[in-house]
Ligand binder design. Structure first.
Ligand code: SAH
Length: 369
């Protein structure tokens, strides 16, 4: 017998998986808990420093296991305190992760895929095309890296209080890895974030929303962006597969039966002259009247060669007032980090496209000249 040449990366293993890993080498289950604390609480990657593991175990782990996160190739700091990291993966692709500090909290926005297979017309990630799913280690690795690079501010016990899966990719199309990563985010032996502090955002993969509901108690955000199917078909092509009615039914199932009162956050990007008329707002009120909902209006963030423009502040304010008058809890999301292209929909990374979409856009643009 010879040793497996590729070391197992333990960074992304949730507790049961890590226990199975240790059981398979004849070690007790508590080894998993010891290792998790070293890795996730203390940020260690070197087994030799994990002093409560036996010397033999440390040595053998160094041979066939590793703790490996993506590599930081660029860190950018926005004038508003937002930070963005460009992370290189083993295969040369790059993804982006963003940290957004706010009063009393710090939110990390993590990516779930290299690029995105969906083709939302107003999103810059879509332009990159799609390469592959991230592994659980690559997802939780973004948190591992950010945590080690951020010092909590005075009076705060930790810098990262919330995680949102709102970076590159559609998390529910990378289900298993996302579940493992989110379990680690919520596990006290790792990052110990409460269920209201971990939010998964989806463009509406209905069957996976039902699976998620039965698997892990996290908060849900849904990228709605339009109050009717005709318009949503144009903005979020996935709507043709899972239209608004089944999507909202899945949202209701998601919150039904939860012990605590919970609502779904609906994201609505404000596109000038496209989905921002008062009639759209009224239609949205009618649509969401029986869904436990909060609405986040996101002023559109432009990127090169987009056909869209951001709605005027006054238009957004009026739109919001109609929703509020209609009984919908609504906030306008502050644009953060746009000077370093870190705002919603601006994450691009470096994606070796396998969907030929980037190529198609390049041809389209050539045709324009
Ligand atoms: N694929 C998932 C996760 C991405 S979340 C989803 O669609 O929910 C990123 C959020 O930013 C989504 O609500 C997305 O619709 C929004 N967004 C995308 N492009 C944007 C842009 N250019 N300006 C503002 N928001 C945008």
């Amino acid at each position: 017998m010879h040793a497996d040449p590729t070391p197992v990366n333990l960074l992304g293993l949730a507790q049961p998986e890590l226990e199975a890993f240790f059981a398979a080498r004849g070690e007790a289950g508590f080894r998993a808990r010891q290792l998790m604390k070293w890795v996730h609480h203390h940020g260690l990657a070197d087994f030799q420093l994990m002093t409560d593991l036996s010397r033999n175990l440390r040595t053998s782990l160094a041979v066939d296991a590793e703790i490996r996160a993506p590599e930081v190739v660029l860190e950018q700091n926005s004038t508003d305190g937002t930070r963005k990291w460009l992370l290189r993966l083993d295969d040369g692709n790059c993804i982006e992760t963003v940290f957004i500090p706010e009063d009393g909290r710090g939110t990390l926005c993590v990516s779930s895929q290299v690029g995105c297979a969906l083709d939302c017309t107003f999103c810059s990630t879509a332009r990159q095309g799609f390469n592959r799913n991230l592994t659980s280690a690559e997802i939780v690795g973004q948190l591992w890296i950010a945590k080690s690079r951020l010092q909590p501010e005075a009076g705060q016990s930790r810098a990262i209080t919330n995680v949102v899966l709102m970076g590159m990719g559609e998390p529910l199309l990378n289900y298993d890895a996302v579940i493992s990563a989110m379990s680690l985010m919520m596990d006290d032996l790792a990052y110990g974030l409460g269920k209201r502090r971990v939010t998964l955002s989806t463009s509406g993969v209905v069957p996976a929303m039902d699976r998620l509901k039965d698997t892990l108690d996290v908060s849900l955000a849904v990228s709605l962006h339009a109050p009717n199917n005709a318009l949503r078909d144009q903005l979020v092509p996935l709507n043709k597969k899972y239209p608004i009615e089944p999507l909202l039914a899945a949202c209701k199932r998601f919150v039904a039966g939860k012990a605590r009162k919970q609502s779904v956050t609906f994201e609505y990007v404000m596109l000038k002259g496209v989905n921002d008329r008062l009639e759209h707002a009224r239609e949205l009120v009618r649509l969401l009247h029986d869904v436990p909902a909060k609405v986040n209006l996101i002023p559109f963030n432009p990127f090169p060669q987009t056909r869209y423009e951001r709605s005027d502040p006054v238009t957004i304010e009026r739109f919001r007032n109609v929703l509020i008058a209609g009984g919908l809890h609504t906030i306008t999301r502050k644009t953060r980090g746009d000077d370093i292209d870190a705002a919603c929909g601006q994450l691009a990374g470096k994606v070796e496209d396998r969907s030929r979409r980037a190529l198609r856009f390049a041809r389209l643009e050539e045709g324009l000249h």
